[in-house]
Design a protein around this ligand. Structure first.
Ligand code: SAM
Length: 334
């Protein structure tokens, strides 16, 4: 069957398939085709946003698959849910959690348990409050992202598969030097950076003891030598001044409270990756202004290198990243 195909390199296929499923854009009656280093993915329609790894659009004659029972066939609509490892998490506003869970379990062979998040991630550690709906009542999972395997408990630590492309993007940018990941969680920025770039030394910090326990396991599991996992409050980093070439601040909503500490630790000419949640009317300016104000107070200045939307967060709200170079006006010989 001749269909529109999204063509990606084989190394990006896993994450792209997951994203296309989330966007309901992957055709389910056509077989994914691999040709050398590229994978052809059958599309229902062309994606409107660019939040995917690099791709091109083509036309391709796909092998037809027998029609399967799908969640949409059963329910008449496709419910929103996150799949982390073999667990599906329905949102608080799920229309009918029990029926949706049944449809997921009967069609998705890789899902063994369904939970509902009764509120968005909350609290200092950004965790979910989950209620069990159907299937296995277990919150510990193994999750694969860009060939790396992470173990985590979805009830005890923060994790979202929706940042997969961003984790990979940052790992492709940071090639050497000291990296401080101020809000490391179970390691999805720290471990790919360290694994991809053996010339880096990554200091991965989190205040949640459970997250750091999984982070340590994940470092070991993925045979990563150059990551040091630390339980600490990033408000008072156990680090000397001017040591980081790169600093990741993935705590949207609250990262601004930690800017003074970040600016203390960053080297002259170091780069900060700053995450925030903003509205469509003011995507970047307020966050940049916040960074600039703290920089001036710390005797620094910043140059914005790039700004981009990571994902849509809720209607009219976006998760953004600002990448800025810091010029430390008080320390000239770093
Ligand atoms: C939004 S999550 C990001 C985790 C990880 N970077 C990821 O992409 O999955 C923020 C993390 O910051 C941690 N955190 C919150 N407050 C903190 C603090 N004061 N010091 C250190 N870590 C903190 C939370 O426990 C959580 O794991």
């Amino acid at each position: 069957m001749k269909l529109t195909a999204l063509v990606v390199s084989a190394k990006h296929a896993e994450v792209t398939i997951r994203r296309l499923i989330e966007l309901h854009l992957l055709h389910s009656y056509a077989k994914v085709h691999r040709a050398g280093h590229y994978v052809y993915l059958p599309l229902v329609s062309v994606p409107g946003d660019a939040l995917l790894p690099p791709y091109r659009i083509d036309s391709f004659d796909f092998e037809e698959l027998p029609q399967r029972r799908t969640i949409k066939n059963i329910l008449g609509y496709t419910p929103s849910f996150d799949a982390i490892g073999d667990i599906a998490i329905l949102p608080a506003n799920s229309l009918d959690p029990s029926v949706e869970a049944e449809a997921i379990l009967s069609t998705q062979k890789n899902i063994h348990g369904v939970f509902q998040s009764i509120a968005p991630v909350s609290g200092e550690f950004r965790t979910r409050i989950l209620t069990h709906i159907k299937g296995e009542c277990r919150t510990k999972v193994k999750y694969q992202e860009y060939g790396l395997i992470y173990e985590l408990d979805v009830a005890q630590v923060y994790f979202t598969p929706r940042l997969a492309t961003e984790h990979h993007r940052i790992a492709s940018k940071v090639v050497s030097g000291v990296v401080v990941d101020m809000f490391a969680g179970i390691g999805p920025f720290s471990i790919p950076i360290a694994k991809k770039n053996p010339n880096t030394t990554v200091i991965a910090i989190d205040k949640n003891r459970n997250a750091v326990q999984y982070l340590k396991q994940n470092i070991k599991r993925n045979k990563t030598k150059n990551v040091c996992a630390v339980i600490a409050d990033s408000m008072m980093l156990p680090l000397e001044c001017n040591i980081a070439n790169h600093l990741i601040m993935n705590l949207p909503h609250s990262a601004h409270q930690f800017l003074d500490e970040a600016l203390r630790v960053i080297k002259n000419e170091g780069i900060i990756y700053y995450y925030d949640i903003t509205t469509e009317e003011n995507l970047y300016q307020a966050s940049i202004q916040e960074m600039q104000t703290h920089a001036v107070e710390s005797g620094c200045s910043i140059d914005v290198i790039s700004q981009h939307v990571v994902r849509s967060y809720s209607p009219h709200h976006y998760n953004i990243c600002i990448e800025a170079r810091v010029h430390n006006l008080t320390f000239k010989d770093n």
